[in-house]
Write a protein that binds this ligand. Structure first.
Ligand SMILES: [Zn+2]
Length: 188
């Protein structure tokens, strides 16, 4: 069985045995919060457990590094949808130690793309089209600074209501320990 077949077989069983019942909830977050965090595998279950959030409690947005690369990109849009349409009243940006985006070098990733068959011409075309390719692929050096920067971008976004606290935290991907980077209530 390949991975897809495995997933589909398991899913059939999950649904037929009504295992979904314990997860029934609504699309509105009970804790009226939205979290932006990293897609890291270690945080899949650890982060909700460490924060005591369950199905129905929170909207969670994930990407590589919990980064906002563009103030009008899909991450910022998701945060605004959370606030305006889904009753989220507080925003939490949660980065983590030992993140794959920490120290990510664009050059090394571009090298891997070439090894996997991406042609040099394609890279050149993208560069000529005005795409800041290396900038786009760049990670961050310091997770605290990166979280503080994301909080700043959100807090100063022209479309965010002034009364929404935006908190910044860093989580340990092994112990789940949280460190506070920015207390959003103090910025209101
Ligand atoms: Zn990460």
């Amino acid at each position: 069985m390949n991975l897809l077949e495995e997933l589909i077989a398991y899913n059939k069983d999950f649904v037929s045995k009504k295992k979904y019942k314990e997860y029934t909830t609504t699309k509105y977050p009970n804790k009226r919060m939205v979290i932006l965090t990293c897609m890291d595998t270690r945080l899949v279950e650890l982060l909700p457990k460490a924060l005591n959030v369950k199905n129905g409690d929170v909207k969670i947005i994930k990407n590589a590094g919990a980064l906002i690369t563009h103030p009008f990109g899909s991450i910022m849009r998701s945060l605004l949808v959370g606030v305006y349409e889904l009753q989220a009243d507080e925003i939490f940006v949660i980065g983590h130690h030992d993140c794959g985006m920490s120290g990510l070098k664009a050059d090394s990733m571009i090298e891997k793309m070439k090894q996997r068959g991406v042609k040099e011409e394609i890279l050149e075309t993208l560069a000529y089209s005005g795409i800041e390719f290396k900038e786009w692929l760049k990670g961050f050096e310091n997770v605290n600074e990166s979280v503080a920067h994301s909080v700043d971008v959100i807090k100063n976004h022209p479309l965010l209501p002034q009364d929404i606290p935006v908190h910044g935290l860093v989580i340990d991907p092994t112990t789940g320990k949280l460190d506070l980077v920015m207390n959003g209530y103090e910025q209101l």
